[in-house]
Design a protein around this ligand. Structure first.
Ligand code: BES
Ligand code: MN
Ligand code: ZN
Length: 511
């Protein structure tokens, strides 16, 4: 599928489907004598007469269409115009427009075109009058199209060839350099989102620690001018004293892999570390996830942090920003059971010398992250951001479409907030309530790996904090909820969502 911009307009475009996006027009409720402004702009009214024989106005009247966001109406035009079908897309209130408005509208248009067997689609969006930043607006439109059309059929035996007929999407009304650059940027970022989606959707018998390391290797090989990879094997991790990480991996038949992928531009003024939790399957260990509702069958998603970390790396390798060096890190293993499994109560020593009483083997993510954080902390970075499907408790707190985050730096928190807002990915800042760390007190070791159920995602964050020492700023993102979805919505299809690759990319580009 090709996406391109053109200076054509609807009146001289010929093709299968045309999506025209319009804003809603709320009557000012304080002045009841005022009738609402017409939904169609003067240009669209003229166009409606010229080439659609009044179909647009008919669609609005017959359907009482109000152009509210996520609403649309459409009609066949055969015989009336050189365009086969037309879609009127509601954008909602024009004062509430964000990049997310364009992503969702573009996704709705692309889906409609697919359902209506269109080979060609034109988008007539009023973005220029609202969003003077064409780069951002067109990037969002292209993201909506690319992400909504990604369908993962890798594990279906029948590879239906009919899929989508959509070949060309033409964004009408602009052909600026900024607009073209916006499409390119979206393609780079979405290739990272799609990588993350596919890594999360693939099951644990496919995405093993070795497979994740190979995925990192592919990025390093494809972009060898700026990317380099180091994979620490079990013996290397032993030499570094990574007892917490190795404790988790010790009951798996698959060897652990510690991934360290580095992006190095020509000039470096800042250094950032991104650490992703990479548990390719979380059985819970001897504190096994048992019974209906334990969710054990979904625990392939427990490498969602590492998947997003690799997705961001792939995007950054293509964008190649100057000035920022990025270290992409993951301590990858399975949390399994055999005769060599950690016993609940075992004491592990992490690579910074801290001792941990493992009172629950199912709180394994923080053990793997502990050694990854210590490793990153030695690299002389300006900031470390870790992301992890860390706790069920964060899903209880915030639901499954939002991530919680913690930071010891308001400056870094503001950057995350900004990056997430531009990406349309939801994040909510949570407190680092130090007094809760009392719950992690251990009689025999420095601390335990879990407290009580109360504030479970907060104590998890406090545990991680013990492993950051020299690095001036740190943030922890708990993404257990939004890395997966069972039902499609907007530009996200069912399966791995690729969350929060776009936030990470924005953060790196604006760090
Ligand atoms: N991988 C899970 C968290 C999780 C839950 C991810 C749901 C995705 C969806 C994590 O390792 C875990 O098991 N956490 C425990 C911690 C508890 C033992 C303190 C939890 O949340 O129950
Ligand atoms: Mn677990
Ligand atoms: Zn886990």
């Amino acid at each position: 599928m090709q996406i391109y911009t053109s200076v054509s307009n609807v009146s001289n475009w010929v093709g299968d489907g045309c999506a025209i996006a319009i804003f809603s027009n709320k009557t000012d409720k304080t002045d009841k004598t005022d009738s609402p402004e017409p939904l169609l702009t003067p240009e669209l009214i003229a166009l409606d007469q010229q080439i659609f024989a009044g179909t647009l106005q008919e669609l609005i009247t017959e359907n009482e269409f109000k152009a509210e966001s996520d609403s649309n109406v459409s009609s066949r035009l055969a015989g009336v115009s050189p365009i086969r079908k037309v879609l009127l897309l509601g954008l909602g209130d024009r004062t509430k427009v964000t990049a997310e408005t364009w992503r969702k509208a573009a996704a709705a248009a692309a889906k409609w075109a697919e359902q209506n067997k269109c080979k060609t689609l034109a988008l007539a969006f009023p973005f220029t009058e609202i969003n003077k930043d064409e780069f951002v607006g067109i990037q969002a439109i292209a993201e909506g199209i690319i992400l909504s059309s990604h369908k993962d059929k890798r594990f279906k035996s029948e590879q239906k060839a009919n899929g989508s007929k959509l070949e060309k999407i033409e964004i009408l009304g602009t052909d600026s350099e900024a607009a073209k650059a916006g499409i390119l940027q979206a393609q780079k970022i979405c290739s990272g989102v799609i990588l993350a989606r596919e890594l999360v959707s693939a099951p644990a018998n496919i995405i093993t620690p070795e497979a994740l390391a190979k995925s990192a290797q592919a990025i390093a090989d494809n972009y060898s001018t700026c990317m380099s990879l180091e994979v620490l094997e079990k013996a290397d991790c032993e030499a570094l004293g990574m007892g917490a990480f190795l404790g988790v991996s010790q009951a798996s038949d698959l060897p652990p892999k510690f991934i360290h992928l580095t992006y190095r531009p020509q000039t470096v003024t800042k250094k950032l570390g991104i650490i992703g939790k990479g548990v390719t399957f979380d059985s819970g260990g001897l504190n096994i996830k048992s019974g209906a509702g334990s969710g054990i069958e979904m625990m392939k998603v427990d490498m969602g942090g590492a998947a997003a970390m690799l997705g961001a790396a792939r995007a950054i390798a293509q964008i190649q920003p100057e000035g920022i060096e990025v270290h992409f890190i993951s301590a990858v293993c399975e949390n399994m059971i055999n005769g060599n499994a950690m016993h609940p109560g075992d004491i592990l020593t992490a690579s910074n010398g801290k001792t941990i009483e493992v009172n629950n083997t199912d709180a394994e993510g923080r053990l793997t992250l502990a050694d990854a954080l210590v490793f990153a902390d030695k690299l002389g970075l300006d900031a470390i951001v870790d992301l992890a499907t860390l706790t069920g408790a964060i899903i209880v707190s915030l639901g499954s479409t939002m991530a919680g985050y913690w930071s010891n730096s308001d400056e870094l928190a503001a950057k995350i907030e900004d990056a997430a807002n531009h990406a349309g990915e939801k994040f909510w800042r949570m407190p680092l309530e130090e007094s809760y760390f009392d719950k992690m007190k251990s009689v025999v070791a420095d601390f335990k790996n879990t407290g009580s159920r109360e504030g479970g995602s907060i104590t998890a964050a406090l545990f991680l904090k013990q492993f950051v020492d020299k690095t001036p700023a740190w943030a922890h993102l708990d993404v257990a909820g939004p890395v997966w979805t069972d039902k499609e919505s907007g530009y996200t299809n069912a399966g791995g969502t690729g969350y929060p690759v776009r936030t990470l990319v924005n953060l790196i580009l604006n760090f």
